[in-house]
Design a binder for this molecule. Structure first.
Ligand code: HEM
Length: 473
């Protein structure tokens, strides 16, 4: 009998783009978009938004712009900050949680807070906070060792480790398991409600009523932070205070007015730093782990880079080792491109004027979305693909370098740019390096993260992975 003909060799399949909620086809029906937006802010978007430089919808007669053209974005966030301050919805949405903290206020109130905060960040430098970060990461490593091999919700683990990092950095003490459960649960509920509250506010539901809906869960977090600060302030005179971020905030003095943060402002700032400092990093690290599991070559390349940086030594990574992780840095940057933790920023037009070729009336809501800009067809080649090499100096083309400069803004731009960007990169490199040198991260069969845009980008069903312990070389 004749042998059946051999099947011709198949060309290698290009890797599938990593998961993302695909935008819906264009619809002019604003109510339908808003209904989708109640589940996730991504539901407000259409395919079309990923192709055009400027989108506009009108919600109950109020214009809402989506700006995706990099020069126009720069105009808004860098050159005309006073014309486009943070939208009052930002303060309204976050006030139950962070009061009048730096993230949501504008003008002179913001400028003074920023001077004080920048001073505190200079005191609590990156090299100095490294031991606190390492302490939290060692606790993570031990938790994962205890859990053994198998399935893990890595998003929950990343939330815990980043909350522990920020608590240790601010307060010089770990986040206890019992407090963590209470606080993180409250925060998760706040997130869920905040996403819906913003869309309901666009529909002009009464703000005070919606704020009450948010306030309960925020109270747990604020109460805990206020108590810890009180404890520090009540320390007996003459006792040596720990050199941490809280102490730096207490001692910061505004060079222009000579004022310090008041007790109330301190609670607001610490709540802000707790929120801004752990929630964003948790989102980014959860997605970075997901990508490492989906792309084993990238994972192995990072592992080899970490091993080379440590030159075979069995020790935690030190500050100077981090400079020897260019691929790790590129991988984190690409994670932030595909999955920016803060997917939207909103501003308000404080005066009538032009926005590109459109008229932008006083009071218009102007949204800038790293989620859209960083997946925009006009700004990136193959925008849905995971390719850390875009951010590696020796691999990126001149065009890719220009895009990385102009169309990559996970930390924002201009004077309101994130002051914690270097902190976040250091933390991410330490966490990812310690994970890949000990564990192999594998996809969990049948699991796909269900990504939703709320205060930050999160997965409704967690991010499940399988961990396999590596034998130590
Ligand atoms: C991957 C991690 C992070 C991301 C993606 C991120 C992103 C951002 C973005 C986009 C903004 C500006 C928002 C706007 O313009 O409306 C911002 C502001 C801010 N971030 Fe971050 N952030 C991260 C980590 C951190 C950390 C670790 C800290 C503190 C330790 C921090 C503290 C702040 C503060 C205080 C502001 C307000 C700055 C101001 O309004 O002047 N962030 N962040």
């Amino acid at each position: 009998m004749a042998e059946p003909p051999m099947a011709p060799p198949q060309p290698p399949q290009p890797p599938q783009p990593p998961v993302y909620p695909r935008p819906e086809p264009y619809t002019a029906n604003v109510l339908r978009r808003l209904r989708r937006g109640l589940r996730s802010w991504f539901g407000l978007l259409n395919e079309w938004d990923f192709r055009v430089p400027l989108g506009r919808i009108d919600v109950l007669g109020r214009p809402l712009f989506l700006v995706s053209d990099p020069p126009l974005v720069r105009q808004l966030l860098v050159d005309q900050v006073d014309r486009f301050p943070k939208h009052p919805f930002t303060l309204w949405l976050l006030e139950p949680l962070i009061g009048r903290g730096i993230f949501s206020v504008n003008g002179a109130e913001w400028a003074r807070q920023r001077r004080l905060l920048d001073q505190a960040f200079q005191v609590a430098q990156l090299r100095q906070v490294l031991p606190q970060m390492q302490g939290a990461i060692q606790a993570l490593v031990q938790r994962l060792e205890l859990a053994g091999e198998g399935s893990v919700d890595i998003e929950a683990e990343m939330t815990l480790v980043t909350a522990d990092v920020i608590v240790r950095t601010i307060l010089s003490r770990p986040l206890e398991a019992a407090e963590a459960a209470d606080i993180l649960r409250s925060f998760q509920r706040y997130q869920q409600r905040a996403g819906q509250a913003l869309v309901l506010r666009l529909l002009q539901l009464p703000g005070a009523l919606l704020q009450r809906y948010l306030a309960g869960h925020a109270g747990t977090i604020r109460g805990w932070i206020a108590a810890v600060i009180e404890e520090r302030l009540a320390a007996p005179a003459g006792s040596e205070p720990p050199r941490d971020l809280l102490q730096a905030l207490l001692e910061a003095q505004d060079p222009e007015t000579g004022s310090n943060f008041s007790a109330q402002e301190l609670v607001d700032q610490v709540c802000t730093l707790f929120l801004a400092g752990h929630e964003t990093s948790a989102s980014a690290l959860g997605m970075a782990c997901y990508l490492l599991a989906q792309f084993p070559e990238a994972q192995q390349r990072l592992r080899l880079e970490v091993q080379a940086a440590l030159a075979g030594q069995e020790r935690p990574l030190e500050f100077d080792d981090l400079r020897r992780l260019p691929y790790g840095t590129a991988l984190f940057n690409e994670t932030l491109r595909l999955y920016p933790p803060l997917s939207f920023f909103i501003r308000e037009a404080a005066a009538d004027g032009a926005l590109g070729k459109s008229r932008c009336p006083l009071g218009a809501l102007v949204a800038i979305s790293p989620w859209v800009i960083q997946r925009h067809e006009q700004h990136w080649s193959d925008p849905q693909a995971f390719r850390p090499e875009r951010f590696l100096a020796e691999c990126a083309t001149a065009q890719e370098r220009a895009w990385a400069r102009d169309a990559w803004l996970p930390f924002g731009l201009g004077p309101r740019k994130c002051p914690g960007a270097a902190f976040a990169l250091q933390e991410a490199l330490l966490v990812l390096a310690e994970l890949v040198r000990r564990q192999r991260l594998l996809p969990e069969p049948g699991h796909s993260p269900d990504l939703v845009g709320r205060l930050t980008l999160r997965s409704r069903n967690g991010i499940r992975l399988r961990l396999e312990r590596l034998s130590r070389s």
